[in-house]
Design a protein around this ligand. Structure first.
Ligand code: PLP
Length: 444
């Protein structure tokens, strides 16, 4: 009997003994292809010698210094790197240790920005029904992951939600992308007006939706319309690129494909590539200026923020991504992966959609085609596919059904940027066998 309180105590996970390039190896020596990089974390795979060397070197120099006394060289250099690679306005970086912490910090930073400007009433944040922003109570409140919220209602933080941008399921018959985006922007504006613009602090959205819906991109023009609504009412735009950021979608920041810039940007997973827990909030100059020229400091902080070894690991990861052109590789390999998924599942009677950007791709399962009808969520088909894939040597990220409050089960693939074409071919083969086995097991 294990003493760890596992995520699913009734089905404890396998023991991962080692990682080797894009594979995980369990205690019995069995290899699993890391087809989703955990949860879009392991962008460089496992055991990358340069990252490990950078961490060891930093450990030998300085393992820890509290940020209320000291900064550290890797933290300063990592912030410089992130700012250099970002649009001009995103000039400041606040380090954290997880995606949830980054979201919490961004929500607080937005609130403090308004307070510093004398707008004390701006306390509401608006999120989207389909997004996941983390498991802490504030991030849960603003997220739209029904399964993870259900047990904790009412949540500590009062929150407000608008519709997701998910054309496949929610665009009306005959509605154009432009009309759909306009309708969603109007819904946001009406929500702001109903609450009273003077009470709204920020709107938060995942640029490309990950865990809850499976690599869902907004329709063209959506974010520009949303940005205009936010600007009209002095509401800050927070983009959560914890999962989809830093090259995952084939762009350095996913928002660079949307023609907008956020006021606050949340980053995590791929920042440290899993070598250390590290996250960041990037902020526009105006936010930091308001705070510094107001009360002088962001009223926040955690013991381990800006951890020197975590920053050294992330700096090495980001330097390798830049030096080796891995954002471009993510875009190119993403096209390969998308084509492989289309070739394999294009005519599949139970795959209704193949979607994604870069190395962030998903398939959505349907019980029947035309009209596409989801499987009964109680079958938890996504979990069965995960199990069947793992039994065949592939780790992939499932979601959907009642768990997410979104129609349809899906499976997300987010392999390391160093994946090879042969690995992707094998992963898609295994996924196809797992999908068929899972569907057969529910008697369809
Ligand atoms: N935001 C998004 C978009 C995520 O996908 C996640 C995690 O999956 C989080 C926030 C929370 O990150 P963490 O699990 O590191 O707290």
């Amino acid at each position: 009997m294990t003493h760890i309180f596992h995520r699913s105590p009734l089905t404890p996970p396998k023991l991962a003994a080692r990682g080797q390039s894009n594979y995980l190896i369990d205690a019995s020596g069995r290899r699993y292809y890391d087809g989703s990089g955990g949860a879009a974390v392991s962008c460089l795979g496992h055991g990358h010698p340069e990252v490990i060397d950078a961490m060891i070197e930093q450990l030998r120099k300085l393992e820890y210094a509290h940020t209320s006394f000291f900064s550290s060289e890797p933290a300063e250099r990592l912030a410089d790197t992130l700012v250099r690679q970002s649009p001009a306005g995103l000039g400041h970086v606040y380090f954290l240790s997880s995606g949830s912490e980054a979201v919490e910090a961004a929500l607080k930073m937005a609130r403090q920005y308004h307070v510093e400007r004398g707008e004390r009433t701006r306390r509401h944040t608006i999120g989207r029904l389909q997004s996941y922003h983390g498991n802490t109570l504030g991030a849960l409140a603003i997220g739209g992951h029904q399964g993870r919220r259900a047990l904790y209602q009412p949540l500590l933080v009062e929150s407000h939600h608008v519709s997701p941008c998910f054309a496949r399921h929610y665009r009306l018959a005959g509605e154009t992308d432009d009309a759909y985006g306009t309708r969603l922007a109007q819904e946001l504006e009406q929500t702001i007006l109903a609450l009273g613009p003077e009470t709204v602090s920020a709107f938060i959205a995942e640029t490309v939706v990950g865990a809850t819906a499976g690599a869902v991109c907004a329709v063209p023009g959506y974010f520009e319309k949303i940005r205009r609504v936010c600007d009209r009412h002095g509401v800050l735009l927070i983009l959560d690129e914890v999962m989809c950021g830093l090259g995952r979608t084939g762009a350095y920041h996913a928002f660079q494909r949307e023609g907008v810039e956020p006021d606050l940007l949340c980053l995590a997973k791929g920042l440290g590539g899993g070598y250390q827990p590290i996250a960041a909030v990037m902020a526009q100059e105006k936010i930091v200026d308001a705070i510094v020229s107001g009360s002088g400091a962001f009223q926040h902080g955690h013991t381990y923020i800006g951890h020197p070894v975590a920053c050294a690991a992330a700096l090495a990861v980001q330097n390798i991504i830049e030096r080796d052109g891995l954002v471009r590789r993510s875009a190119q390999l993403g096209e390969t992966l998308h084509r492989l998924l289309r070739d394999r599942f294009g005519g599949h009677p139970h795959v209704g959609d193949i979607r994604g950007r870069g190395l962030f791709q998903a398939i959505e399962l349907v019980a029947r085609r035309e009209p596409d009808t989801p499987f009964d969520p109680d079958l938890r088909l996504h979990a069965l596919i995960k199990r069947e894939a793992l039994a065949r040597g592939l780790a992939c990220y499932p979601g959907g059904g009642t768990m997410d409050g979104v129609r349809g089960d899906h499976v997300l693939l987010a392999p390391p940027f160093l994946a090879t074409q042969a690995e992707l071919e094998e992963a898609v083969d295994i996924l196809a066998a797992a999908v068929d086995a899972a569907i057969a097991s529910v008697g369809v």
